[in-house]
Each structure stands twice: as structure tokens, then as C-alpha cells.
Design a protein around this ligand. Structure first.
Ligand SMILES: *Cc1c(COP(=O)(O)O)cnc(C)c1O
Length: 360
């Protein structure tokens, strides 16, 4: 969280203007700052990341009955956004090393109905954006990234906001950069600007002109003010996270049966999460989760369960965890450990001590 006085100074303006939502000064300022920070021509802000994803998928105007290739190793939001936009999610397995979509398995899932690929950058790891581009071009598909985990990540020096047709970021309280709740869509295509701006405000283009079947997904001024404050301290946030990650790696690296998330080549990470895969450690992931919980330490089984095991998708022929065996193995074994800027190295040690005490 930002310094309390700093946030108060930012929202003080709202008491003067009485302008609380509907694209006021704070909203416009944050949008401009993010366009510069993410080095992306267009950023549209939303009240949360999920609605951002739903809005960009629907702005693509896919024919009903289309299929979108995605992964089940993600938060419920990704799959729901696809389904609620009238598309059928088709689940591709993930890579064992970085947990992102296995690009070698995408083409075998393409059918006449495929309209899009919705890959997920996981834990701050980037998907194979180059290969995904090639596949999308060869088959005339749109690419919409769930980049909720990849804010401020760079690949070959280029911001994560610049790949595919669009990327969605989440600014939820739990993310590296937060606006309390919030989200954004980043894209290059000028022709999408008006529709996306209107869609989050009931399809209203101007006071007497409504052109789209829109809903309400606007980011309010208090959220934007939080973002403006948090953006100022993002570098510090990320470097503190990096120190915690380095301590975790020191303590847990090389321990038999624990697989850590290895840094990717050419990727500048945001240190969003610290996942550990328990495989041959003796104690299981669930043992570790329970033992940490007994010590008052909250780790997360993230992502578990896989979205292709959800009851609401059971009737889909594309559903079923057996179709994505690597993701299934991972979901049963992965635990993300506490990670945030204020986490002390002493706390990291305490967490590691609990885990290492379980080694058999
Ligand atoms: C957080 C998250 C979302 C949803 O974002 P909200 O801002 O909470 O709506 C979607 N996908 C992934 C992978 C996420 O981690």
C-alpha cells in the first residue's frame, strides 16, 4: 500500500471536484501514465481484470460457436471470460518448465471453429510469444493474453503489453501493482478504442449516442488514485520482492524433491509469485500447505484445481484433466509461498524452516 498521507493528498482533489467516477482526472492521469510505463499506444482501464478480459473478447466480435484455445492451469477468470463471451474453451496442456501454454500442442487443437488463442503468462513467466504469433498468423487467429501476472515484465526489453492483439492486466489487491481492484486492456489497434471505452460504460459513446450493448465496468477515481500512488513505488516493490525471492532460492534451491521456478532467458521478471513443486520430497504439497497453516503461514495451492475440472464445464467434450496431464500433475504438486514487498528475510527463513523440517 502507498503511504497513507500520499494517498490522502491524491484523493483530496476528489473532495474539491466532487467527481468520483466516470473517467475523471485520476482515471485519465493513470491511463496516460500506464500507456507510457507499458509503452503501449492504448490502455483502457476497468474496475477489475476479469471484466477487462470479457470486454476485449467481446470487442473482437467472434462468430457465435467459436472455440478459443487456452490452458486450464490458470485462475477461474480466464476460462469463465471465454465461456461468458460465447466461446468454447479448448484446453491445451502447459510446459513443464515455465507452466505456460505448450506451443507444440496448440496446432493439433485447431479446428474449423477456432477463432482465438487465449494464453496465460504464469507467475510472471512469459509465454512463447514468438511461436504463438507464428501460429496465429498461419491460421488467422486472434491472440488475447491473460497477462494478469505479467505487469512490468519485459521480454527482450519489450513490455509484456505489446504481444498478440491485446493483453489483459489485473490490478487486484493481491497483484504486484494494485488499484484496490482494477484492470486494463492494452492493445495497438486504433479502431478498438471507441468500442472498448464505450463498452465499460453501457455502450454510451457520447451523451446522446449509444452504439454498443455494453455493461458497467468503469474504474472509479479512488481506484485510479491508488494506482497513481502505487505506480510511483513500483520499482521498490519489485526490488524488495526480488530480495525475498533470492533468499527463498538460497534456502530451497538444490533441495531434492523441490522444483523452483527458473528465471527465463531474455525475460525481466516482476517476481510476482514463488511457486514450489513438491515432487519426490517425501512430504506432499498438501502436507506442506497444512504444516505452514499450523504455523499461521498462508501459502496457496495456485493454480488448483484446474479449470477443466470445474463442474460447470463437465458437459463440455473439451473438459477433463486427463487431456492435460502435465497441468494435472502440476496442479497437485505446486504451492506458491508468501511473497510481498514487506516480507522480511527472517520470515522467509521461518517459512523455509517449516518446509525443510518436513523433508523425508
Ligand atoms: C487475478 C487474475 C485474474 C482476474 O483479475 P481480477 O482483477 O481479480 O478480476 C485473471 N487471470 C489471472 C491469471 C489472475 O491471476
Amino acid at each position: 500500500m502507498p503511504d497513507f498521507e500520499e494517498y490522502c493528498a491524491e484523493i483530496r482533489k476528489l473532495w474539491d471536484s466532487r467527481w468520483l467516477t466516470n473517467m475523471g482526472v485520476e482515471h485519465r492521469t493513470l491511463q496516460r501514465e500506464l500507456e507510457a510505463f507499458l509503452n503501449c499506444p492504448h490502455v483502457t482501464l476497468y474496475t477489475n481484470g476479469h471484466l477487462a478480459l470479457e470486454n476485449i473478447i467481446s470487442a473482437m466480435r467472434f462468430p457465435p460457436g467459436g472455440e478459443a484455445i487456452t490452458t486450464p492451469f490458470t485462475f477461474a477468470s480466464t476460462t469463465h471470460a471465454i465461456a461468458r463471451s460465447g466461446l468454447t474453451p479448448v484446453f491445451c496442456d502447459v510446459r513443464v518448465d515455465d507452466y505456460t501454454i505448450d506451443v507444440d500442442k496448440i496446432e493439433s487443437l485447431i479446428t474449423k471453429k477456432t477463432v482465438a488463442i487465449v494464453p496465460v503468462h504464469v507467475y510472471g513467466n512469459m509465454c512463447d510469444v514468438e511461436r504463438i504469433d507464428e501460429i496465429a498468423q498461419a491460421h488467422n487467429l486472434k491472440v488475447i493474453y491473460d497477462a494478469a501476472h505479467a505487469f512490468a515484465v519485459k521480454y527482450k526489453g519489450k513490455s509484456s503489453a505489446n504481444f498478440g492483439d491485446a493483453s489483459m492486466f489485473s490490478f487486484h489487491a493481491t497483484k504486484v501493482f494494485n488499484t484496490i481492484e482494477g484492470g486494463a486492456v492494452c492493445f495497438k489497434d486504433d479502431s478498438l478504442v471507441e468500442e472498448l471505452d464505450a463498452m465499460k460504460n453501457f455502450g454510451i459513446c457520447s451523451p446522446e449516442r449509444v452504439e454498443y450493448v455494453g455493461g458497467n465496468a468503469k474504474m472509479n477515481e479512488f481506484q485510479a488514485a491508488m494506482g497513481i500512488c502505487n505506480l510511483r513505488r513500483l520499482d521498490g516493490e519489485i526490488s524488495k520482492r526480488k530480495s525475498a525471492v533470492e533468499r527463498y532460492r538460497n534456502r530451497l534451491g538444490g533441495v531434492g524433491g523441490l522444483k523452483l521456478n527458473e528465471p527465463q532467458k531474455d525475460v525481466e521478471s516482476n517476481y510476482a509469485y514463488f511457486p514450489v513443486v513438491f515432487d519426490g520430497f517425501g512430504a506432499t504439497r498438501d502436507d506442506a500447505f497444512n504444516k505452514l497453516d499450523e504455523h499461521g503461514i498462508t501459502a496457496r495451492k495456485y493454480f488448483y484445481p484446474l479449470t477443466n475440472s470445474f463442474k460447470c464445464y463437465a458437459s463440455l467434450s473439451t473438459s477433463g484433466v486427463e487431456k492435460t496431464p502435465i497441468a494435472a500433475r502440476l496442479a497437485d504438486r505446486v504451492l506458491t509461498l508468501p511473497l510481498y514487498a514487506d516480507l522480511t528475510l527472517e520470515d522467509v527463513d521461518r517459512i523455509c524452516d517449516v518446509i525443510l523440517s518436513l523433508k523425508r
